[in-house]
Ligand binder design. Structure first.
Ligand code: A2P
Length: 337
């Protein structure tokens, strides 16, 4: 891999694609060239990158010649169709969808947690985990290092950005409609999201859990290399623009203590402790919006389960939950250590 790779963004016009551009720019990513790809609808549009106007091109099976790394953020069906073309053209795919995440030949990577896994990618594809899973594990992995995790009980409070540009537009539309006394339209979500919470993210399965809820289980096991990890999760959509929050109870093999837990969080890259509840200091979604780091607070001994801590974790879904994590994986490839 070149130390100055030619990068492509597939889905460059979407909410995550645009954030990828920002992350590449802010982190001064050492790229030789950037190619922007999206649907035919967007071909010809221009997007600013490092004070240059780049023209969006239509994604085709021939788009990947000469490209070293393609950051995919255009959904599962586009990934399934086009990632194999990219891989055949010797272009390494970092895919944000769930299409390949559980494939044993596709590493699933959060660089702060399992950076080493990115080195072995026999299909030329690396998967970016689910956004809630990334943010939850950013808070729990340091505690796993300290006390060895065996189970997670979680409830998520997920922003509309998780549904892409359309989710953001729906919350904006409903807000404007309410202020203008015009009818509130619902299309992305099964219910009005404004002034509401909806315990339904992704499709329901026979078990009664949604696919999103099961991602925390299966992806958590893969990222932490813990095939026996137990997870139960309820995923909830809330009328927040772009940061996800998670209330998590983590159960450990060893007895946790608060001082070690706080130190573990403080010393971990990409995560910060904001935990002084008596001064009303705990993370909120607005605190992480547009920021790289995930925030952790409200750490306490769980009063129901033994050897357990309950905590509150917040992170920017578009950024660490998607775009930033993908760009960090690309950094691991361009600058392996
Ligand atoms: P476009 O804007 O041209 O539709 P989001 O999840 O925020 O809605 O973004 C989805 C991204 O995926 C957009 O950049 C969108 O491009 C892109 N996309 C959707 N359908 C296709 C397609 N058929 N080919 C290439 N890109 C696509």
């Amino acid at each position: 891999m070149s130390t100055h790779p030619h990068i492509a963004i597939v889905g460059a016009t979407g909410a995550v694609g645009r954030e990828m551009l920002l992350c590449l720019e802010e982190r001064n990513f050492p790229l030789s060239k950037l190619t922007l790809l999206a649907s035919a609808r967007s071909a010809g549009k221009t997007i600013n990158f490092r004070e240059e106007q780049l023209t969006v091109q239509e994604l085709t099976s021939k788009s990947f010649d000469g490209i070293d790394i393609a950051l995919f953020s255009a959904g599962g069906s586009i990934a399934e169709k086009f990632a194999p073309h990219a891989a055949n053209a010797n272009c390494l795919v970092i895919d944000n969808s769930s299409a390949f995440r559980l494939d044993p030949d596709v590493p699933l990577v959060v660089p702060e947690i399992n950076r080493e896994a990115a080195k072995h990618h026999p299909r030329n594809i690396i998967a970016n985990p689910n956004c809630s899973t990334i943010i939850t594990l950013m808070g729990l992995a340091p505690l796993h290092q300290a006390f060895t995790i065996t189970g997670i009980i979680a409830s998520t409070y997920q922003a509309v950005s998780g549904s892409g540009a359309q989710g953001i537009a729906e919350l904006e539309q409903q807000t404007n409609a309410l202020l203008n006394h015009s009818p509130i339209e619902t299309s992305v979500y099964p219910h009005q999201i404004l002034h509401n919470v909806i315990p339904h993210v992704d499709t329901f399965q026979e078990s009664g859990y949604t696919k999103e809820e099961q991602k925390m289980l299966h992806e958590g096991r893969k990222i932490l290399s813990l095939p026996d990890l137990k997870v139960t999760c309820t995923c909830v959509r809330v009328p927040v623009m772009r940061s996800h929050s998670i209330s998590a109870t983590a159960i450990f093999k060893n007895t946790p203590d608060l001082q070690t837990a706080r130190k573990a969080i403080t010393q971990s890259p990409g995560v910060e402790l904001v935990d002084d509840p008596t001064s009303a200091l705990y993370p909120t979604p607005l605190d992480t919006t547009g920021k790289d780091n995930c925030l952790v607070g409200r750490i306490r001994h769980d009063q129901v389960l033994e050897n357990s801590l309950t905590l509150w974790i917040v992170g920017d879904q578009v950024r660490k939950g998607a775009a930033l994590n993908a760009v960090q994986i690309a950094e691991c490839l361009a600058n392996p250590s």
